[in-house]
Write a protein that binds this ligand. Structure first.
Ligand code: UT7
Length: 325
């Protein structure tokens, strides 16, 4: 019998400190940085984001999301036999957030590792978990996207610091006799490293280079619009489906204009687009599982729906996962 993988539970968590554009603009004005609610909403669709307290880490946010996903799947933490965490803002240089999360969940023994593909991290992690389940290497995987991007923002750079937020999302992916993950399509092109990066690194007890995010927004925008369409089409072709089969499109939540453009290129009505960027900002690897969990819990995404997840971000990386929920 063919072995498939299927999402059986979702969960998410946002740190309680919610900052509206107006509040952020006032904080930035105090530093001599000028921005406005109008500019941020018009150019990005973002109205608010959540920032974690200084002592809260990606594993803390991931833990809350993971607990909710495990509960939604009707499992105990001890049932999990694989943990993958997608993050670019780990608690430490090493070990992985996945190992720290495993311990916080009170379990031990199962493989646990991080996936570094920036904002595409969750679709990368889900694809790897799917392959490990199909191969028989795992049966009940916990796949998490968790980020504290507020830690790496340059609050003197208005072109980036208004865009990002903190949060975590998680799914439990289980072996199944019926298809859940239908197809996926992953890519990277390292020649674009410089357009979105945190160039700093640790050497000899010091951070060499800037530890803050830098982005050529226009270049990222242009690439994102192109690759989100191609990844969706390639994934549909692998599954032998068409755009008309998509019930819900959940792209990486970075900019509403990019998301609308993707939906339009795929000829999908905007009612099929799940939008959380307005309330979360860009939470990088956490954005897709956060949006999926909200869509599931609000009753939009129902059992049997066909859902297209799409990631794009630093690397440059991009990819899509098509699934039956
Ligand atoms: O997760 C990874 C994926 N990342 C993304 O998808 C980001 C992709 N890029 C974008 O979302 C957009 O390029 C941005 C939102 C970053 C910028 O939007 P834009 O429409 O490309 O604006 P722009 O960079 O062309 O800037 C237009 C103007 C500039 O002023 P001048 O030169 O026209 O006088 C900027 O200085 O807006 C100015 N500006 C701002 N004004 C107020 C830039 N940032 C701000 C700001 N507040 N926060």
């Amino acid at each position: 019998m063919t072995r498939y993988s299927r999402i059986t539970g979702t969960g998410s968590y946002l740190p309680p400190n919610r900052l509206t554009n107006a509040q952020l603009a006032a904080d930035l004005a105090a530093r001599g940085v000028e921005t406005s609610d109008e500019w941020i909403v018009e150019r990005t669709g973002i109205s608010a984001r959540h920032f974690a307290a200084p002592d809260v880490t990606s594993s803390d946010l991931g833990l809350e999301a993971a607990k909710r996903a495990i509960e939604a799947a009707g499992l105990q933490a001890a049932d999990i036999d694989l943990i993958i965490v997608a993050t670019s803002t780990p608690d430490m240089v090493f070990p992985s957030v996945a190992c720290i999360l495993q311990h916080k969940l009170g379990i031990a023994g199962c493989p646990a590792f991080d996936m570094q593909a920036v904002c595409s991290g969750f679709v990368y992690a889900l694809t790897v978990a799917d392959a490990m389940i199909k191969s028989g290497a795992a049966s009940k995987a916990l796949v998490v996207g968790a980020e504290v991007f507020s830690r790496i923002l340059d609050f003197s750079d208005r072109t980036t610091c208004v865009l990002f937020g903190d949060g975590a999302g998680a799914v439990v992916l289980e072996a199944s006799q019926t298809p859940g993950i239908l197809a996926s399509d992953l890519h990277a092109d390292g020649k674009h490293v410089g357009i979105l990066c945190v160039p700093g690194h640790v050497s000899g007890g010091q951070v060499l280079g800037s530890p803050l995010l830098t982005m050529d927004g226009k270049a990222v925008f242009k690439l994102a619009v192109a690759v989100l369409e191609s990844a969706a089409r390639a994934t549909l072709a692998k599954a032998e489906l068409t755009e008309a089969d998509i019930d819900w499109l959940i792209p990486h939540q970075a900019n509403l204009r990019i998301m609308h453009s993707t939906a339009k290129k795929l000829k999908l009505p905007l009612e099929k687009l799940i939008v959380t960027v307005d309330q979360h900002g860009n939470t990088s690897a956490a954005s897709i599982p956060l949006a999926l969990d909200e869509a599931v819990r609000s009753g939009k995404v129902k059992k049997g729906d066909t859902v297209m997840l799409e990631g794009v971000g630093g690397g440059f990386t991009w990819g899509a996962v098509l699934l039956k929920y």
